[in-house]
Write a protein that binds this ligand. Structure first.
Ligand SMILES: [Zn+2]
Length: 72
């Protein structure tokens, strides 16, 4: 298993969510909106880091690259 680079989209989606993506995702945000979260084995660790940085945000995983933490 390989660790992956996770990023948070600082741009809010129409549904009011901020999505987490893995580098290389087809739906990766524009560079200026992508905040690097770190290198993790599991998306859940990236989610925890994102929530630590932005406690008031509604943060979700991208359904294409972070399906295991996508709650929709
Ligand atoms: Zn994605």
């Amino acid at each position: 298993m390989e660790a992956k680079d996770y990023y948070l989209n600082l741009h809010e989606q129409p549904e009011g969510e901020h999505e987490i993506h893995i580098k290389g995702c087809l739906y990766f945000p524009a560079a200026e909106n992508a905040e690097y979260l770190g290198r993790y084995f599991y998306a859940v660790n990236a989610l925890a880091e994102a929530k630590r940085r932005y406690p008031s945000w509604n943060i979700n995983g991208c359904c294409h690259c972070c399906d295991e933490i996508d709650t929709d």
